[in-house]
Design a protein around this ligand. Structure first.
Ligand code: EPZ
Length: 417
């Protein structure tokens, strides 16, 4: 199994040129199916998830190329309406192909994406939203078949501000007849980026970033070029790599506002944070972090995708920290691996109680999902002796050049096949 071998204890120091955002790129790649022509997506990270989306779009009949960070899609001949099961299993984000495919073809058949390592991941909000736009949705034998003659704008209230459901409904409504109003939408930066991409292609959408989005349907979308913003969760992960190794790092190419709640918590732990010329974040860690309490919430609250990274740095803080995971029901799978390294953590339902210790010690640990896996690397960077993290394919779903970037700021880490 592919493994990262880490010799811990180095203080990290240096600069990171941040990758483009995975969670902005994935829905924007899906949205390129709506474009009657070419979509050019710049700063698209080369990670397992974007490679998987390329395979999916190729299977649907699109022309796709991914040269370095330039992702090109020509959806002119996108003529298939079934997503192959093996590809569906490869990436959960394929669920956001439903909206674009319905808008483009009036039909999509796909297997239920199923849960993953962090929770059951239901899609009821997606399906209900598409039904309210006029689609019929049948679930049989593990397949979902959505069909519609013409999507009709509607007023939709989301029970929960689901990121994926917001994206799916936005994309379906883009080419629907009439006006769609969606309330209680997700306010994540990824929604703002998707709106910007679609409007550049000729859509008529407003309100992304607030809790109400209004979409006036248009007949078609034209060629579009868009550069993806920096990945706020990857940025937060690198900031935590400095925090846990008592180092100092400059992360370049990120809108600090998109990371405000994480920066606020890192300051609470005693880290010094400076914003340098609007799009760079500098962090300098103290000799000893202070314990803090965290509750994950929808944006602009503290992001669930930074929960495992913060728990990890808090294993070495002074005192006890209480973390409450309010978004996903099974997002502490990395904790037993941290305990193998000496961490003192008790998980009770949604809550993790972290008691700070002096040192973590190296061990062989297993990544079981993306952000928890990245957090095991953070622990290895600080632990004494050698840590081997196996199952790195999970980490490489979302982190581009992770080993190279960490080595550039002083980490003793290598990838072993
Ligand atoms: C997106 O997932 C992100 N993925 C996740 O990042 C992120 O953790 C999540 O949003 C929350 O911010 C991408 O953008 C590709 P949700 P998504 O729908 O859209 C419940 C990472 O590490 N829910 O906002 O699947 C759901 O069970 C990944 O990069 C329903 O009940 O998240 C969960 O409890 C992990 N019914 C909550 O909403 C639905 O129909 C949030 O899910 C949909 C969701």
């Amino acid at each position: 199994m592919d493994t990262y071998v880490i010799n811990g204890g180095n203080r990290l120091s240096g600069e990171i040129n941040l990758q483009g955002s995975k969670n902005s790129a994935l829905p924007i790649i899906a949205a390129s199916i709506l474009v009657d022509g070419n979509a050019l997506i710049k700063r698209c990270p080369i990670i397992r998830d974007t490679v998987a989306m390329k395979e999916l779009l190729l299977a649907l009949g699109c022309k796709v190329s991914q040269e370095k960070n330039l992702f090109k899609v020509d959806a002119t001949n996108c003529n298939k309406d079934e997503i192959p099961e093996d590809l569906m299993k490869e990436i959960r984000s394929s669920i956001v192909l439903m909206g674009p495919m319905l808008a483009r073809h009036g039909r999509i058949k796909l297997t239920h994406p199923g849960g993953c390592e962090i929770g059951s991941r239901p899609i009821d909000l997606h399906l209900n939203g598409l039904r309210q736009l006029g689609a019929t949705v049948n679930e049989e034998h593990g397949y979902i078949i959505c069909e519609v003659n013409r999507l009709i704008g509607s007023e939709i209230d989301l029970d929960f501000p689901s990121v994926g459901a917001t994206e799916n409904i936005m994309m379906a409504a883009t080419l629907a007849e009439g006006v769609t109003i969606i309330r209680n939408v997700a306010r994540e930066p990824e929604i703002i980026e998707l709106q910007e991409f679609l409007n550049r292609a000729g859509a008529n959408i407003e309100g992304a970033g607030s809790n109400i989005i209004k979409i006036k349907g248009v007949n078609k979308l034209h060629d579009v070029e868009y550069e993806v913003g920096g990945d706020r969760i990857v940025a937060g992960t690198y900031l935590c790599s400095a925090a846990i190794t008592r180092g100092e790092v400059l992360v370049k190419g990120i809108i600090p506002e998109y990371l405000r709640s994480t920066l606020h918590k890192l300051k609470e732990t005693g880290c010094t944070i400076k914003i340098m010329n609007k799009e760079n974040i500098f962090i300098k860690a103290p000799e000893k972090l202070k314990s803090v309490n965290i509750k994950t919430m929808p944006f602009p609250g503290f992001p669930t995708d930074m929960q495992s990274q913060m728990v990890t740095i808090l294993t070495l803080a002074q005192g006890t920290s209480i973390i409450m995971e309010n978004i996903f029901e099974n997002r502490y799978k990395y904790v037993p691996e941290l305990i193998k390294m000496g961490a003192s953590i008790i998980v009770e339902g949604k809550t993790a109680i972290v008691t700070g210790i002096e040192n973590l010690t190296g061990a062989t640990v297993e990544a079981r999902e993306l952000r928890g896996g990245a957090s095991l690397v953070l622990a290895g960077l600080a632990a004494r002796d050698v840590t081997s993290v196996i199952g790195v394919r999970y980490i490489e779903r979302g982190y581009e050049d992770f080993v190279e970037n960490l080595r550039n700021i002083g980490a003793d880490i290598k990838r072993v096949n």
